[in-house]
Design a protein around this ligand. Structure first.
Ligand SMILES: Cc1cc2nc3c(=O)[nH]c(=O)nc-3n(C[C@H](O)[C@H](O)[C@H](O)COP(=O)(O)OP(=O)(O)OC[C@H]3O[C@@H](n4cnc5c(N)ncnc54)[C@H](O)[C@@H]3O)c2cc1C
Length: 380
């Protein structure tokens, strides 16, 4: 069986690892990605706030050596889901099974004024560049703002506001600064009232102003104001942006998208095309766009493909669960176990925050790197 996996992010790495572990050379897996290596989303915040160095958080794909898996560094330029044929700048690939795990592309230029007057911190390059901007910031009005929905890792803007507070405090410039958070959600973590209450309390304690139900649609660099969809204006000296998210253009052009993202069967992750699956941020499966969900979806697809390769049946289906870690700053991390099961109201319970859970989060990262790259990695 030939399996072609597009995208070596959270979903693609988990899928290829599971297939290799179970089937080794019995399947021919080709994993395609245009990048040099993998970077965890949370590592972007660690670099941005000077908690680690950029060269410590990139896991090069050249270190990916697994039985049955060939990594190809290439840009996907066309996808034919009917023929399961993919064009790349390194040639054409065909497969019995195609898995699209290309994530979400980020478009700071889709928000007028953002590129000129603000700083997005969701791409690797953007987060690394924001580190220098923060290091030189003399204090003033900081706005952390979301510019569209859906967006990856819904807790990340809240975490960023809390980490900005810590950063300014450590540098002795918190007194001469203001921190505001603009989010389209009514509460910080909608499935978990407990986590939302804890975050709102943390904002209040730290004097972070919270602007729920608002999207920033424009930055006016001359007047230094962020303009919200409602018309509300927020003055800023430093604007930290969650940019517009879209499915990669090559996915949109493949004809697989409906309303911007790939629809899948929420239990099996199969698309409308036979032999074609999609996992992670590129889908509209109904879970938030986060690595833990991409990973959970990939492991279900892996189990289906392992059963297929062995001529067996599987009735294992995706349950929409995942663990989200929440950074409160000051080495305090909380853990929320959330469930987005199709047909039921999303719900989640919170543990912490505590320093023990900060260690738990570090273990979460290092265990993935050990599993995917066969390497030891410490986040500190
Ligand atoms: C600041 C921040 C913090 C976050 N924190 C967390 C967290 O704590 N926990 C969590 O679970 N999630 C977190 N996330 C979200 C998480 O990073 C993503 O949801 C997750 O990576 C999605 O996995 P994926 O496999 O769908 O896509 P990705 O991991 O984005 O992988 C997609 C891959 O496709 C490749 N690709 C795209 N287009 C092409 C093309 N045309 N040709 C070839 N290759 C291509 C890309 O290079 C990329 O490697 C965070 C995100 C951010 C920005």
């Amino acid at each position: 069986m030939k399996v072609l996996v597009l995208g070596a992010g959270f979903g693609g790495l988990e899928l290829t690892t599971s297939l290799s572990e179970a089937l080794g050379d019995e399947v021919e897996v080709t994993l395609v990605d245009k990048g040099e290596g993998f970077v965890f989303g949370f590592s972007k915040l660690d670099v941005m706030f000077g908690r680690t160095e950029s060269d410590q958080v990139l896991h090069p794909y050249e270190d990916l050596v697994k039985p049955g898996v060939t990594f190809v560094r290439a840009t996907v330029t066309a996808i034919d889901p009917v023929a399961r044929r993919v064009e790349t700048d390194a040639g054409t690939f065909e497969a019995d099974v195609l898995v699209v795990a290309l994530g979400a592309d980020l478009h700071p230029d889709a928000t007028p004024g953002l590129v000129e007057a603000g700083h997005e911190f969701y791409t690797v390059a953007g987060a690394f560049a924001t580190r220098d901007v923060l290091a030189d910031f003399p204090g003033g009005r900081v706005v952390v703002g979301v510019t569209s929905t859906p967006f990856k890792c819904p807790p990340a803007p809240s975490e960023t506001a809390l980490l900005v507070h810590d950063f300014l405090t450590e540098r002795g410039i918190r007194d001469q600064s203001e921190v505001a958070l603009v989010m389209p959600l009514g509460v910080p973590i909608p499935p978990s009232p407990e986590a939302s209450a804890a975050l709102l309390e943390a904002f209040a304690e730290r004097g972070i102003s919270w602007h729920p139900g608002e999207l920033v649609v424009e930055l006016d660099g001359d007047r230094k104001v962020a303009v919200c969809a409602s018309g509300t204006e927020l003055p800023f000296d430093l604007f930290l942006a969650v940019p517009v998210h879209r499915a990669p253009l090559v996915v949109q052009e493949s004809g697989m998208c409906v309303d911007g993202w790939i629809p899948v069967d929420p239990l099996t992750l199969e698309t409308a095309y036979p032999g074609v699956y999609a996992v992670g941020d590129v889908t509209s499966v109904g879970t938030p766009k986060a690595g833990v969900f991409a990973e959970g979806q990939a492991s279900i697809v892996a189990r289906e493909l392992i059963a297929l390769a062995r001529g067996e049946q599987t009735d294992v289906t995706y349950d929409g669960t995942g663990i989200c870690y929440l950074e409160f700053g000051d080495d305090q991390v909380a853990k929320v176990q959330v469930t987005f099961l199709s047909g039921a109201a999303p719900h989640g319970d919170m543990e912490g925050p505590s320093t023990v859970l900060a260690q738990d989060k570090a273990t979460f990262g290092s265990s993935r790197i050990r599993r995917w790259f066969d390497q030891e990695w410490s986040t500190t």
